[in-house]
Ligand binder design. Structure first.
Ligand SMILES: Nc1nc2c(ncn2[C@@H]2O[C@H](COP(=O)(O)OP(=O)(O)OP(=O)(O)O)[C@@H](O)[C@H]2O)c(=O)[nH]1
Ligand SMILES: [Mg+2]
Length: 289
C-alpha cells in the first residue's frame, strides 16, 4: 500500500483533541503533501461542518469523516481506460520531459498484451534520436510492433503511418509516444494538436485516451502542467508516476478537484509491472492509515 499521507495518519493516531490547533496541523500536513491550498480549504470546510453537525469528537470518527470527504471528491469520476469497439483504439501520451511517458507506454502495452491484445507503438517523439531507440528497445523486449521514422521527421506523419499499419495488421491498440515538451512552448503544443487532427481523420474519432503523464514528485508544478496541457489538448486522464518515490500524494486530489480530470493510472516503479489502476475508493480508504 502506498504511504502518501503517513503524517496525517500519525496525527490521528495520537488521538488529538479536535480543536483549532488540530485543524491547523491538519491543514499544514495536507499542504505539505501537495494538496493545493484551495482543495485543502474545501476539505477542511467540509470536515468542520460534519464535525459540528454530527458532534464528532473522537479522532477515529473525524478521520472517517475526512476519508469520506476525499472519497466524495472522486465519486463521479470514471477512472477506467476507454477502449473503442472499433479497433484500433488510440492512446496519445503527453507530458513534460522525463515524467515517465515512454516507460508507461511499455507498461500499458504489456498489460494489454496479457489480455490478448495486439499492440502497435508509434515513435512520434522524433525530437530526440535516443527517444526512438528507447521505445524500440521496449518494443523488442515486450515483442510489440513499432512504427518509427528518422529523427527529426514530422511526428504527425509517424502517427499517420502507425494508424495505417495498425489497420493493415489488425492491431487492437496504437499507443503514441510524444516528445516531452514544456507546456509553455506554443509550437510544440500546436504539434500535439496536429497529431490529434491526424488521428481524428484516420480513425474517425479523437484519441480514445489522451493521457497526461505527471511526475508526482514535482508537486504543485504537476498541477500547473495539467492546467496548461488541458488547454491545448482534450486530456481524458492523468497517469501519476513515481508515487513510489514520494509521500506526496496530494497531487491526485488537486488534479481531480481543481481541474476535473480523472486520474486513471498510477506508476509505482520502473519495472514493467509497476502500473496500477487508480481506484478512488480504495485510495480514500487507505491513505490515512
Ligand atoms: N520510480 C519510478 N520511476 C519511474 C516511474 N515511471 C518512470 N520512471 C523513470 O523515470 C525516468 C524517465 O522515464 P521516461 O519514460 O523515459 O520519461 P519520458 O516522459 O518518456 O521522458 P522524455 O521522453 O525525456 O520526455 C526513467 O528513469 C524511468 O525509469 C515510476 O512510476 N516510478
Ligand atoms: Mg520518452
Amino acid at each position: 500500500m502506498l504511504k502518501l499521507f503517513t503524517k496525517i495518519g500519525q496525527l490521528f493516531s495520537r488521538k488529538p483533541t479536535i480543536d483549532e490547533e488540530f485543524y491547523e496541523e491538519l491543514e499544514e500536513l495536507l499542504i505539505q503533501a501537495d494538496v493545493s491550498v484551495r482543495t485543502t480549504q474545501k476539505l477542511l470546510e467540509e470536515l468542520r461542518q460534519k464535525v459540528r453537525s454530527e458532534r464528532l469528537n473522537c479522532a477515529e470518527d473525524v478521520k472517517n469523516a475526512l476519508r469520506d470527504a476525499v472519497a466524495r471528491m472522486f465519486s463521479e469520476t470514471d477512472s477506467r481506460i476507454r477502449l473503442s469497439d472499433v479497433p484500433p483504439s488510440v492512446f496519445l501520451m503527453v507530458g513534460v520531459n522525463g515524467t515517465g511517458k515512454t516507460t508507461t507506454i511499455a507498461k500499458l502495452a504489456r498489460r494489454y498484451q496479457r489480455q490478448g491484445k495486439r499492440i502497435l507503438l508509434a515513435a512520434a517523439d522524433t525530437f530526440r534520436a535516443a527517444a526512438i531507440d528507447q521505445l524500440e528497445a521496449w518494443a523488442k523486449r515486450i515483442n510489440a510492433d513499432i512504427v518509427r521514422h528518422q529523427p527529426g521527421s514530422d511526428p504527425a506523419a509517424v502517427v499517420f503511418d502507425a494508424i495505417q499499419a495498425a489497420k493493415a495488421r489488425g492491431a487492437d491498440i496504437v499507443i503514441i509516444d510524444t516528445a516531452g515538451r514544456l507546456h509553455t512552448k506554443t509550437n510544440l503544443m500546436e504539434e500535439l494538436k496536429k497529431i490529434g487532427r491526424v488521428i481524428e481523420r484516420e480513425v474517425g474519432r479523437p484519441p480514445d485516451e489522451t493521457l497526461l503523464v505527471l511526475d508526482a514528485t514535482t508537486g504543485q508544478n504537476a498541477v500547473n502542467q495539467a492546467r496548461e496541457f488541458s488547454k491545448a489538448v482534450p486530456v481524458t486522464g492523468v497517469v501519476l508516476t513515481k508515487l513510489d518515490g514520494t509521500a506526496k500524494g496530494g497531487v491526485l486530489l488537486t488534479v481531480r478537484d481543481e481541474l476535473g480530470i480523472p486520474v486513471k493510472l498510477i506508476g509505482t516503479g520502473e519495472k514493467l509491472e509497476d502500473l496500477e489502476d487508480f481506484d478512488p475508493q480504495a485510495f480514500a480508504a487507505s491513505i490515512f492509515e
